[in-house]
Design a protein around this ligand. Structure first.
Ligand SMILES: [Zn+2]
Length: 257
């Protein structure tokens, strides 16, 4: 009897969750951490195929910091340092990525803002709590969008704080596209970017990057409350021998803003 009940539960679970029975949709899945990336470990370790198994929306970077990653509707795109975005194969590798299965829990509508900081402040005022993780998706029109994309690096790798000083930036006016990303609580500072980390891809999926600034009028953002958080750490010798522990929040601010 017990066994029958168990099988019934298992079947329901599998049917309910479709093709990814072992993945919790309310979890933010993260591969490696931002401080490890700041320490210069840019070698890709996980494939985009593995990343896509853990979410249909997310962001990250690629092996050797070769561009900005956007995962959207289950597809993985690279926005390269020439400003062009394109689909990447499942074999492509990443040293850092975050994904979740996006299922909106609340909408923030009628958003009109003149800058990225106004945008994130307006979102923060609507959050039910600053102490959980959120994913964001905004499909719409942007009066202005400015992104950056990091160029592919060669060894010996320079620190990310140096690389971003000469990062190529890209601007659009009146562009349609999707803004997406995450908000991590302050206490996650040794694992990820605290506050909002947003990437953009155009509606044609041909351009995008890590968002530096934006303007928008009367747009609606969808938020997914993500109460669970899972980090997969590297098994590379370089990581295992890395000396970590110092507060990296200053360095994170330098590379993300
Ligand atoms: Zn980014």
């Amino acid at each position: 009897m017990k066994r029958l009940l168990f099988i019934g539960w298992l079947v329901l679970t599998l049917v309910g969750r479709g093709a990814t029975p072992d993945v919790d949709h309310d979890t933010l899945y993260q591969f490696s951490t931002i401080p490890v990336l700041l320490a210069g470990l840019y070698d890709g370790e996980w494939t985009c195929g593995e990343v896509r198994q853990h979410g249909d929306l997310g962001l990250g970077t690629f092996d050797a910091l070769d561009g900005e990653m956007v995962v959207l509707d289950g597809h993985c795109y690279r926005s390269g340092s020439h400003g062009k975005a394109m689909l990447v194969s499942d074999a492509e590798k990443t040293p850092f990525a975050c994904v979740t299965f996006f299922e909106p829990d609340l909408l923030v509508s009628n958003m009109t803002v003149g800058s990225l900081s106004e945008f994130t402040a307006a979102l923060d005022r609507q959050l039910p709590s600053p102490n959980v993780f959120f994913a964001l998706r905004l499909d719409g029109e942007f009066g202005y969008m400015k992104t950056r994309s990091v160029p592919r690096q060669t060894k010996p790798y320079r620190p990310l704080t140096e690389i971003v000083k000469t990062q190529p930036t890209f601007e659009w006016r009146n562009v349609r596209g999707t803004l997406l990303g995450f908000r991590c609580p302050a206490f996650a500072s040794e694992l990820n970017v605290t506050g909002w980390h947003l990437h953009f891809i155009t509606a044609t999926r041909t351009g995008g990057g890590h968002v530096l600034d934006l303007r928008l009028t009367n747009q609606t953002a969808a938020l997914d409350i993500t109460p669970a958080f899972r980090v997969t750490l590297s098994t590379n010798v370089a990581f295992l021998k890395l000396k970590l522990g110092a507060d990296s929040s200053d360095a994170v601010r330098k590379v993300e803003k």
